[in-house]
Design a protein around this ligand. Structure first.
Ligand SMILES: NC(=O)c1ccc[n+]([C@@H]2O[C@H](COP(=O)([O-])OP(=O)(O)OC[C@H]3O[C@@H](n4cnc5c(N)ncnc54)[C@H](O)[C@@H]3O)[C@@H](O)[C@H]2O)c1
Length: 398
């Protein structure tokens, strides 16, 4: 092999995210001159034939059916977790104990307690850790955050976001982990965690939430026959109070017909407004209080100029990027200074997102405002050891 030395990665899970992460590692060296060459050496999955087929398709030379055998391999530097959220903390803890850096898909876990346990494990082991909040790495979203931090909108006062999908609208969609609360399948965890991460990143800590949730289709068919109760929300929305005094709203739904993956984020500050719409993901809308009133309104920024985040790594201006680019940007960011460099967002951020998501669930269940400190009273101190839930040694996490 020519070029920089390999950094060896094991990917746990071969579904949508296993594929996206393998794509990201493959493309990253084409974007930036990295000090190492990412090589996905092995992939794990519970179904031997399916993981073999996936590994062949993604160009991964080895595959195993046990994530434990993957994390314990001595030839790996990084374990990349792409399984359902309810499995994340246990896999992350084992990978950290084996001395591996850990990239974990979002949300960090199914509960705040699990997220804290994962944070404790990586902190105690002294390994690098990051959560895959990939939408941060869209050029327009990164530019939005940079402009807010640079004061373009003044002091943020209002933040609103929605994430709409039609994933759960067909009653014939069979039961899988996405309908199982213990696996972290809630719509709040799945779609909401992305938005809450962006809220915390752009505007700062959230102190309290008031949420409502609804499940419209209560039972789903099992592939082996029979039905199972759905234990997740189809849709949720919440009012948010930020520690800064800013106010926010968030809506997430997998019950929105003909809305495939539509998310919007807007911030209104004391001096301006910024708005992002994923359907036009290379653009950002901006208006400032001191703009010439003769052209009153918002202007469209093309977030593709070489001066914009990530844009210089990609295509000539006007060509744009897409969803897959976020995974390549993520891989390039994490490996840019390997084995040094900062990994962000880290498990601490993942745990803060989890606390807000859990506060939303508690608020909806109890029909009351819930302070985030009620979920995360320990957030400012070092992570305490938290017992991970003991799950049967079944093939539940492969
Ligand atoms: N960042 C994003 O844009 C994005 C998009 C989709 C999913 N995700 C996240 O990625 C993770 C994986 O999601 P996905 O869409 O790739 O899932 P998927 O269902 O497509 O794949 C899941 C993988 O995990 C394995 N697995 C291990 N234990 C399992 C269990 N108990 N039940 C079911 N599968 C199990 C499966 O074999 C499979 O390889 C989740 O945390 C999800 O929230 C992130």
């Amino acid at each position: 092999m020519t070029g920089p030395a390999p950094v060896r990665i094991g990917v746990v899970g071969y579904g949508l995210m296993g594929r996206a992460h393998c794509y990201g590692y493959r493309v990253a060296p084409m974007l930036r001159r990295l000090p190492v060459t990412p090589v996905v050496t092995v992939m794990s999955g519970r179904d031997a034939a399916a993981v073999a087929a996936a590994a062949a398709a993604y160009g991964v030379p080895e595959h195993v059916t046990s994530w434990r055998s993957l994390v314990e391999r001595e030839d790996l530097d990084i374990v990349d977790i792409c399984t359902p959220p309810g499995t994340h903390a246990e896999i992350a803890a084992a990978a950290a104990a084996a001395g591996k850096a850990v990239l974990c898909e979002k949300p960090l876990a199914a509960t705040y307690a699990q997220a804290r346990a994962a944070l404790y494990a990586v902190t105690a082991a002294g390994v690098r850790h990051a959560v895959g909040f990939n939408y941060r790495r869209l050029p327009a979203v990164a530019l939005m955050r940079r402009m807010i931090a640079d004061g373009a909108v003044g002091e943020p006062r209002l933040w609103r976001a929605s994430f709409l999908s039609d994933e759960f609208t067909d009653p014939a969609t069979p039961y899988d982990w996405r309908f199982d609360r213990t696996m972290g399948g809630t719509t709040i965890a799945d779609l909401g965690s992305h938005l809450i991460d962006l809220a915390l990143w752009m505007v700062g800590e959230i102190s309290a939430v008031c949420a409502q949730s609804q499940t419209f289709i209560g039972r789903r068919t099992l592939t082996g026959g029979g039905t199972a109760a759905v234990t997740v929300d189809d849709a949720s929305s919440a009012l948010l109070t930020f520690s800064s005094g800013a106010r926010g709203t968030v809506e997430v739904a997998r019950a929105a017909i003909r809305r495939p993956c539509d998310f919007t984020v807007e911030v209104n500050g004391s001096a301006g407004t910024l708005a992002f719409d994923y359907a036009r993901l290379n653009e950002l809308w901006f208006g400032a209080a001191d703009d010439d009133p003769a052209t009153y309104g918002m202007r469209r920024i093309r977030a593709e100029h070489p001066s914009h985040p990530y844009a210089a790594d990609w295509w000539p201006i006007g060509q744009g990027v897409g969803y897959g680019s976020t995974f390549a940007n993520q891989a390039a960011d994490l490996l840019a200074d390997w084995p040094g460099g900062e990994w962000t967002p880290d498990f601490g951020q993942g745990a803060r997102v989890q606390a807000v998501c859990e506060a939303m669930e508690r608020s909806a269940a109890g029909r009351r405002w819930v302070p985030v400190a009620e979920i995360a009273p320990d957030d400012s101190g070092p992570p305490a050891r938290v017992q991970l839930p003991r799950r049967p040694a079944s093939p539940a996490s492969g």
